[in-house]
Write a protein that binds this ligand. Sequence first.
Ligand SMILES: [Zn+2]
Ligand SMILES: [Zn+2]
Length: 240
Amino acid sequence: MKENICTIPVNEVFEVNDGCPICRMRNLIESKYVDYITGPAMMEPDIRIETNRLGFCERHYSMMLTAGRARLPVALTLESHMIDIREKLLAKKPDKKMLEAMKELEESCFVCNYIEPHLARAIETVCLSYKNEPEFRRLYESQPYICMTHYRMIVQNAKKPLGKDYDSFVEATRKLVSRYADSLQDNITTFRDAFDYRNAGNPVPQEARNCIERTIEFLTSRPAVTKQNNSEAPAGGSNQ
Ligand SMILES: [Zn+2]
Ligand SMILES: [Zn+2]
């Protein structure tokens, strides 16, 4: 049941030409699971057993507390998760097994646990559409880029659905990724050069202003959180 809580409208996702399309699919899956776990699902005993065992990562706890979502389901989930932790990890002197369990708990998350397999299936659908629909192939190849995390996932998951078309698909994807990486690298160099004393007083060129944020998003698949004004003029001669 919970593995089918959302069907990804692959064509619709790819029609939006902004950023990495697989990140957009991941965001859809992620918000569906967070909605799911802050809704009636958290009352289901088998779900509760899983959330007790896995807990959530910081990112997904934060999403569960996003404005508009009810706080009571989060409190109830936490209540039984805490009972579980106190019984299993805090009731006696920690031994090796308990330390291992603590480490596992730090690294596990109910939502993260479902994202990757669900996204892998959505990527299989992308591969089949690429193989069978020339129109979708054009849509795929006209994406601005694929981020590094999802390039890895595509390469890992495309073999089975694509068969003999695997090599050409991976090559088309690699071109999409490396073309964007080249442009990021150029923008970073332009940004760096803007701080050279010879360019003192000149503003950072438009295309390089947010290159740091765009590179971080390309590398991590998540938007960079920054409070700095990214359009600041270089001081000139500074190497910060
Ligand atoms: Zn991505
Ligand atoms: Zn998570």
